[in-house]
Ligand binder design. Structure first.
Ligand SMILES: [Mn+2]
Length: 350
């Protein structure tokens, strides 16, 4: 949505896309950013657009809130622009303050980038309402915060990289850009198998490969770049699996000492939950991870079983088939029991 008086009709998605293209084309000093703990779609969408803007002569800084994970580091180069991790120092604050276009990708809520004076989220907020700076938000998550001067949200899109691929379909893109967007498409669709993978997704992948993306190399880098300790943690997660609700529910539980003993982090459990759905007869899978002051729950489902409402009952949210929640008001064991009980009830009444 572009910010307009309430009386004017909402712009169509085609109008928004045209406007995004116009803003990007006119960018002189752009800053691109994305969500914390950036994944393939986050890094891919940033770096693909980074290359596009560099090639048109824009001075570009991609400002990541956290370092790229080891299996995505290779995507950060090469390029003429700068790719850096936010520290909030004076030079970076100045970069944000001097940008004429700030692009926020794969993220729809600035508070996730922090709310303190020195945080990236606040540095962007300081440019809100500034006529010399366009804030462009391109995302596919639900419930967006209205923070941008141009906001393009498509919750049907399987990846932000898919949205950008469509946006630049009528242009010629470099092989670096094609590779970056291919990685986002591949990772956010779980290698082309999650819901929202359509014939159009394959058409996009085909075009990106025609433009120079290498699907073999992408899979090799992204899927084979894992750490030994993370695979050991996956082993613990798999060992922890229990089934409930006549085997329709499969639950994984990871405690703090499990990952701390291995020298990895609780975030290294990302993606583990999908293993629950690979079991015949399982309609809902849940991963519950213990953190210092919070229990994080990932819900996944398939077929006619949905998890959004279940996640919402714990104060979380997400999509029909993929949702999450953070539980802070109960000790870990209590939280685990509550989640399992609620899931069993949800399956019984579905
Ligand atoms: Mn995404």
């Amino acid at each position: 949505m572009m910010n307009q008086p309430a009386s004017t009709p909402q712009p169509t998605s085609e109008q928004i896309r045209l406007h995004v293209r116009t803003v990007l084309r006119g960018a002189q000093r752009a800053v691109i950013t994305t969500h914390q703990r950036p994944d393939g779609d986050a890094i891919g969408s940033c770096m693909g657009l980074h290359h596009v803007l560099c090639e048109q002569g824009t001075t570009v800084t991609t400002m990541l809130p956290d370092p790229a994970p080891s299996n995505l580091q290779w995507m950060l180069g090469p390029g003429t622009g700068s790719v850096e991790v936010w520290t909030g120092d004076d030079r970076q604050q100045q970069l944000l303050a001097a940008a004429d276009v700030i692009i926020v990708l794969d993220l729809n809520d600035l508070s996730r980038l922090g709310i303190r004076e020195s945080d990236l989220g606040e540095a962007i907020r300081r440019r809100q309402g500034d006529e010399t700076c366009a804030i462009v938000n391109i995302d596919h998550h639900i419930q967006p915060e209205d923070f941008a001067s141009t906001q393009w949200i498509d919750t049907e899109a399987p990846a932000v990289c898919a949205m950008l691929t469509d946006l630049f379909q009528d242009t010629s893109i470099s092989s670096e850009t094609a590779m970056a967007w291919y990685v986002g498409l591949m990772t956010d669709t779980g290698s082309f198998r999650f819901p929202r993978t359509t014939n159009h997704t394959f058409a996009q992948a085909s075009w990106l490969v025609a433009c120079g993306a290498d699907p073999v190399l992408a899979a090799e880098h992204v899927l084979s770049g894992g750490r030994f300790e993370r695979e050991l943690l996956l082993g613990i997660a798999l060992q922890s699996m229990k089934r409930y609700a006549g085997d329709a529910l499969c639950v994984m539980v990871i405690r703090r000492h499990h990952y701390e003993d291995l020298g990895v982090s609780g975030q290294d459990t990302d993606g583990f939950v999908h293993h629950t759905l690979s079991i015949a007869g399982v309609a809902m899978g849940i991963l519950i991870v213990e953190f210092e002051h919070v229990t994080k729950v990932s819900f996944r489902s398939k077929g006619t079983t949905y998890v959004r409402d279940l996640a919402a009952s714990f104060g979380g949210g997400g999509h029909l088939y993929a949702a999450g929640a953070r539980i802070t008001d109960h000790p870990f064991d209590d939280a685990v029991d509550r989640v399992i009980q609620a899931a069993v009830e949800a399956l019984a009444t579905a």
